[in-house]
Design a binder for this molecule. Structure first.
Ligand code: GRF
Length: 210
């Protein structure tokens, strides 16, 4: 099966992007990272992409002012130029409009640093600590119009330890994210996880044969 051409959208550090690039170095991995796009020219992850020899582009949201759809049309044009088939959001800090999300339905993934549906939105580690949960973690899901509400592909939990700060907890979750995202993308790119009627279906039979 041909490897799926994947774009990773970032806004900052890009450590999940780096984990996906690493996984895709294996020729048996069903996705190739064909493009990195940042909405911020100063995203640190752009340098990582360049040094990995991967095409990168900046679609600066600031240039488009308040006009989200104009930003997304520019983004769409870059994705089409590179014949992208799947998108991974990885620390991409822009909300996407229905115009874009519906175009990429079932082909647009996001990683969120909580065990959804708990702690949608920002500052998840602070909120998990304040809530006193015993376990926290990360989720990879298909993106739908409602934020952090799409069908879940895979989740990973980590324990919350006595004395944890938001920083120590974030670091533990991030390690889990770096293992989780490559696995979830593998399921989708390999055709084993699909979004059907607003739900994630996993093809267990197909998986167990490999
Ligand atoms: C990660 O915690 C991810 O779950 C969240 O933003 C952070 C991005 O980190 N969406 P990085 O840029 O991948 O290092």
């Amino acid at each position: 099966m041909a490897r799926k051409r994947v774009a990773i959208l970032i806004s900052g550090r890009g450590s999940n992007m780096a984990a996906l690039i690493e996984a895709a170095k294996n020729p048996a991995y069903p996705a190739e990272i064909a493009l990195i796009v940042s909405n911020r020219p100063d995203a640190a992850g752009l340098a990582t992409a360049r040094s990995a020899g991967i095409a990168s582009a900046v679609v600066d949201h600031a240039v488009h002012g308040q006009d989200r759809e104009s930003f997304e049309r520019a983004l769409q044009a870059v994705l089409e130029d590179h014949h992208i088939e799947l998108i991974c959001l990885a620390g991409f800090m822009r909300l996407l409009t229905p115009w874009f999300v519906e175009r990429w339905q079932g082909r647009l993934l996001n990683i969120h640093p909580s065990v959804l549906p708990d702690f949608k939105g920002l500052n998840t580690h602070e909120r998990a600590l304040a809530a006193g949960v015993e376990n926290h973690g990360a989720t990879v899901h298909f993106v739908v119009v409602d934020m952090d509400a799409g069908p879940i592909i895979a989740q990973s939990t980590v324990p919350v330890l006595a004395g944890d700060t938001a920083e120590t907890l974030a670091a533990r979750v991030l390690e889990a994210e770096h293992r989780l995202y490559p696995m979830a993308l593998k399921l989708v790119a390999g055709g084993h996880a699909r979004m059907i009627d607003g739900q994630c279906h996993i093809d267990i039979a197909g998986l167990s044969q490999k």
